[in-house]
Design a binder for this molecule. Structure first.
Ligand code: CEZ
Length: 790
C-alpha cells in the first residue's frame, strides 16, 4: 500500500482512503504548497507576508499553519474531472471531489515533484506538480492516455479552486489572448493607511493553459449547479457554458474534448498562481509557454537542481533500510526547507530561526553564518534577544512574538556550536555586529557573553531563571506573568548553555572566561538540584505563587520531558539521578509513537500554568509526542552514552515500518511532523496521529542525534571525532560523511576481539578517535571496531 520506488526517488501511496491525510510539500523562494493525496492543497506565497491565491470558500482569518489540518468537500484543491462522452460516466483525479474508487491509484512524492497516476475504466490520468525556483506559481502537467482497446471520446476538465477571494471585490473571466482564466480581487482592508500596502498586491489568480481549451467555466456556483461539487451539473452539458464570475465565487475550470485511439495519449500543461495584473500574466505565459526554448520544462529541471542542492552531509547504510532512505533523502530536504524559507514568515521566532540555521550549518554553512549575524544584529545592548527576528523591512513582530519569552539567549551558543563543529570557522566570533539599540559594533563573542550575562541576571534569589510568559514552551504563559515564576527547564538549559559557551571560549583562546562559565554552570546545576529535584525526576518549574509543578504530587502534568533530558546535558543529573529519571520517562512518558512531552495530559485549565493546559489532551504541547522535545531528550541520551534508549526513541519518530503503525499515524515517512498525538494512557484511540505539520525544530536536532550520536562523526575544531553508538542489535553500518571539503568513508563493525571502541584511519589506530588534518578534496577510510553488546 506504500513503498519507496525502486530508484528510491519517490515514495508511493497506493490508496486514496487508507491514509486520507497523507501529504507532501513543495516550496521555493517565494511560496509553499502542501498537497494532500486526494487533491486538496494549502498554498501560500509571500508579498511579503504569506498570502493565498486559492482560498477557502469562506473568509479566512490570518493565522499560522494548523495541526491536523481538517479537509472538507470545498477545501481548496486541484482536481481533474473526466467524463466518458459515450456513457456519461464521471470520475475525478486524484480522488476528490467525486470519490470514485478507481481501478488503480498512486500518489508518489518525489524530492521536487508530486505525481499521481489514476486509472479508471481504460483511462489513465497522470497529474504532476512541480514549481519553478523563484516565481510563486504551480507547474502542472495533466496527461490523458487511452489504455483501453477501443477508441474513446472523452471530456477532461482541470478544476482548480480559487475560492472566496474578497468581500470587497472579486470576479473572474476567461481571457482569450492570454488563454487563461483570470480572477481578480481586492484584498479587503479598512484603514486608508493600508491602501499603500495592498495596492501592489498580487490580487489576481490565474490558470494559464498551454493549449486552448474547448470551453471553460469561471463561476463556481454555475459549475456545480444542483449536482453539487461531487456531481457537478455543468458536466451534463456537452460543453461548459463559458460563464464568468461577477462578485461571485470564481473557479478555474476548463474543458478539453478529445477522441483518443487505443493507446493514444495527450498531455496538457498549466500554470496556476497569483499575479499583479494582466501584463504580468502575459509575461508569465511568455516565459513558460513562449516560442523558443521550452520554458516550462526548463523550470522543472532548474527546480529539481535547486532542491537537490539541499543534500545532506552524510549517507548511511544500516540494517534498517527505511531509516537509510529517510536519513539520506528526506531529512536533509526538510532541514533545507526550513533554512531556505524560514518557514515562510517574515518574523520567525528567535529560537526557531537559530535552530533552523543550526540545521543549515550542515547543508549551507554560509547561509547559517549570515543568519546568526542577522539575529545578533537585533540583540539589545543589554544582551536580551528579541522574541522574533525581523527579516523584511516591512515586517513587524506578530502573534506569538508579542508575548515575552525568556529563553531566546540560550540558543545562541548551542546553535553556534554546531556551526563551529561543522565548519571550524571560529572567525565568526570576531565578526563585528551592532545592536538593535546601539550602533556600536562589537565582536560576536561579546554579544554572546552579554547574552549569557543576561541569563545570569534574569533570575530570582534562588538562582532560578524567570519564565515570564513562556520559555521554549510557547503556551506555558501563566507560570510567571506576575514576575516571580521560574522555569526549571530554562534554568537547566542555561547551565548547559554556559558549558557549551565555555567549550567555545576554550577553543578560541579564552580559558579564563571559560572557567568562569563552568563555575556558573556548576552553581546553576546546584540550584537546580536543590529546588527542582523531586525524588525521581526534575520539576518543570515554580509558579508565581511559589508552587512547584511537574512533580509526583500533581495529578496532571506530573512529569515533563524537557527538564529530564536537559539535566543530562547540563550535568545536573548524576548517575543515580539519571537512572531514576530515565526510568520515570520509560514508565510515564514513553509510548509506541515516541516519548510524550508531559503526562498525564491536562484535562482542565490550570491558571497558574497557562493555556498549554487548555489544549486538547494529547495534542501539541499538552502531552503529544512533541517531536522537538523528544529530539532534545534523544540528543541528551546520546550525549551521556545511553544508546539503547536513544535509538529506540529515535526510531519511533518515523512512521513504520509496520503497516499498522503507518495507518495509525496517518502519514508517510517523508517528513517528521511537529507532533504525534499523545495522551496514550488516557486516549489510546487517537494516540499516534500525525499533526502533518512539517514546520518543526525537530529536524536539525535529529540530524545532530545522527551525526554526534548514533554514527559518531561529529566535527571538532581540528578534525572529526569518530565514536559511533550503534544500538546493540546492529552489527554493522557504513557512513559516508562530507566534511569541510573532504570525504570520509566509515565502516563500523562489531568485533568480538575488542573490549572498547577502536578507530583506525587508513589502517592506523587513532588513540583518541579524532581524525585530524583532513584535506579538502581528499578521501579518507576509517574503520571502527565496536565491542559486542552495548
Ligand atoms: O509553535 C512552536 C514554536 O514555533 O511551539 C514550540 C516552540 O518551541 C516553537 O518555537 C513549543 O511551544 O502558540 C502555540 O500554542 C503553538 O502551539 C505554538 O507553540 C507552536 C505551533 O505548533 C507552531 O506551528
Amino acid at each position: 500500500m506504500f513503498r519507496a520506488t525502486e530508484d528510491q526517488d519517490f515514495y508511493e501511496l497506493l490508496s486514496p482512503t487508507l491514509l486520507p491525510k497523507a501529504s507532501g510539500f513543495l516550496w521555493n523562494e517565494m511560496m509553499m504548497v502542501h498537497m494532500n493525496c486526494r487533491g486538496y492543497a494549502v498554498a501560500q506565497f509571500m508579498q511579503p507576508e504569506p498570502a493565498k491565491y486559492s482560498h477557502a470558500p469562506n473568509l479566512e482569518a490570518k493565522t499560522f499553519m494548523q495541526p491536523e489540518q481538517p479537509y472538507y468537500a470545498h477545501h481548496p484543491g486541484r482536481f481533474v474531472f473526466v467524463k466518458d462522452e459515450e456513457n456519461e460516466s464521471v470520475f475525478s483525479a486524484p480522488y476528490e471531489p467525486v470519490r470514485v474508487k478507481t481501478d488503480s491509484y498512486s500518489f508518489a512524492l518525489g524530492q521536487s515533484r508530486i505525481v499521481w497516476k489514476v486509472e479508471h475504466q481504460g483511462v489513465l490520468i497522470e497529474m504532476s506538480l512541480s514549481l519553478p525556483k523563484e516565481d510563486p506559481l504551480e507547474l502542472w502537467r495533466v496527461k490523458v492516455t487511452n489504455v483501453s482497446q477501443q477508441k474513446r471520446k472523452l471530456s477532461v476538465y482541470p478544476y482548480f479552486t480559487v475560492g472566496y477571494m474578497s468581500w470587497m471585490n472579486q470576479s473572474g473571466e476567461y481571457l482569450e489572448d492570454l488563454q487563461a482564466i483570470v480572477c481578480s480581487s481586492v484584498t479587503p482592508y479598512q484603514k486608508y493607511q493600508d491602501y499603500d500596502k495592498i495596492k501592489n498586491f498580487r490580487d489576481k489568480t490565474f490558470l494559464i493553459a498551454e493549449q486552448a481549451p474547448t470551453s471553460w467555466e469561471v463561476n463556481q456556483e454555475a459549475f456545480e449547479g444542483e449536482g453539487g461539487i461531487t456531481c457537478p451539473s455543468a458536466l451534463e452539458q456537452t460543453e461548459l457554458a463559458k460563464g464568468d464570475a461577477r462578485y461571485e465565487t470564481p473557479v478555474a475550470a476548463m474543458q478539453y474534448r478529445m477522441e483518443l485511439a487505443a493507446g493514444e495519449a495527450r498531455e496538457y500543461r498549466f500554470l496556476f498562481g497569483p499575479a499583479r495584473d494582466e501584463r504580468e500574466i502575459a509575461q508569465i505565459r511568455e516565459t513558460y509557454f513562449g516560442s523558443g526554448e521550452d520554458g516550462f520544462a526548463a523550470a522543472e529541471r532548474e527546480y529539481d537542481r535547486y532542491i537537490r542542492e539541499g543534500r545532506g552531509c552524510m549517507t548511511i547504510s544500516t540494517p534498517d533500510k527505511d531509516l537509510d532512505l529517510f536519513v539520506n533523502r528526506w531529512l536533509p530536504r526538510q532541514i533545507y526547507y526550513h533554512g531556505q524559507t524560514n518557514r515562510l514568515t517574515t518574523d520567525p521566532q528567535t529560537r526557531n530561526y537559530l535552530q533552523d540555521h543550526m540545521g543549515m550549518s550542515y547543508l549551507k554553512p554560509q547561509v547559517a553564518r549570515a543568519s546568526f549575524l542577522t539575529a545578533l544584529s537585533q540583540q539589545k545592548a543589554n544582551g536580551a534577544m528579541p522574541d522574533g527576528i525581523v527579516l523584511h523591512p516591512d515586517a513587524e513582530l506578530k502573534y506569538i512574538n508579542q508575548v515575552p519569552h525568556t529563553d531566546h539567549c540560550v540558543w545562541l551558543p548551542i546553535c553556534l556550536s554546531t556551526y563551529l563543529d561543522e565548519t571550524g570557522d571560529y572567525s565568526i566570533l570576531e565578526e563585528k555586529v551592532a545592536y538593535a539599540d546601539s550602533k556600536q559594533a562589537e565582536p560576536v563573542y561579546v554579544h554572546i557573553d552579554k547574552a549569557m550575562r543576561w541569563l545570569m541576571n534574569d533570575r530570582d534569589e534562588r538562582g532560578l531563571n524567570y519564565i515570564n510568559q513562556g520559555d521554549w514552551c510557547d503556551p506555558m504563559n501563566m507560570v510567571g506573568y506576575k514576575g516571580k515564576g521560574v522555569s526549571g527547564w530554562l534554568t537547566i538549559a542555561t547551565a548547559y548553555a554556559f558549558q557549551v559557551w565555555a567549550d567555545i571560549c576554550d577553543n578560541s583562546g579564552r580559558p579564563e572566561v571559560a572557567r568562569e562559565y563552568r563555575a556558573s554552570a556548576e552553581e546553576t546545576n546546584a540550584a537546580v538540584n536543590r529546588y527542582l529535584w523531586d525524588g525521581e525526576w526534575y520539576a518543570r518549574g515554580i509558579t508565581d505563587d511559589n508552587i512547584v509543578f511537574g512533580v509526583s504530587k500533581d495529578q496532571e502534568g506530573r512529569i515533563f520531558i524537557n527538564p529530564q533530558g536537559w539535566s543530562m546535558l547540563s550535568g545536573a543529573a548524576d548517575d543515580e539521578k539519571r537512572e531514576k529519571l530515565m526510568q520515570a520517562v520509560r514508565e510515564q512518558l514513553e509510548t509506541p509513537y515516541g516519548v510524550e512531552k508531559l503526562a498525564p495530559s491536562y484535562t482542565a485549565m490550570r491558571e497558574d500554568v497557562g493555556r498549554v493546559t487548555q489544549k486538547h489532551p494529547g495534542s501539541a504541547e499538552n502531552g503529544a509526542v512533541y517531536n522537538h522535545a523528544a529530539a532534545f531528550y534523544i540528543y541528551a541520551l546520546y550525549a551521556v552514552g545511553e544508546q539503547e534508549d536513544a535509538f529506540r526513541l529515535l526510531r519511533k519518530m518515523l512512521p513504520g515500518p509496520d503497516v499498522e503503525d503507518i495507518v495509525q499515524r496517518g502519514q508517510l515517512p517523508v517528513f517528521i511532523p511537529n507532533y504525534y498525538r499523545g495522551a496514550y494512557r488516557q486516549f489510546p484511540r487517537t494516540a499516534g496521529r500525525s499533526s502533518h505539520l512539517f514546520n518543526t525544530g525537530t529536524v536539525p536536532w535529529v540530524y545532530r542525534c545522527l551525526i554526534d550520536g548514533l554514527f559518531g562523526v561529529q566535527g571538532t575544531k581540528d578534525g572529526i571525532r569518530v565514536n559511533p553508538q550503534l544500538p546493540s542489535h546492529w552489527n554493522e553500518a557504513t557512513v559516508t560523511r562530507e566534511f569541510r571539503g573532504a570525504t570520509l568513508h566509515v565502516e563500523i563493525l562489531r568485533d568480538a576481539a575488542v573490549s572498547q571502541t577502536e578507530v583506525y584511519a587508513e589502517g592506523e589506530l587513532l588513540p583518541d578517535g579524532v581524525l585530524r588534518n583532513m584535506q579538502p578534496g581528499q578521501t579518507y577510510r576509517v574503520q571502527v571496531k565496536l565491542r559486542v553488546g552495548v
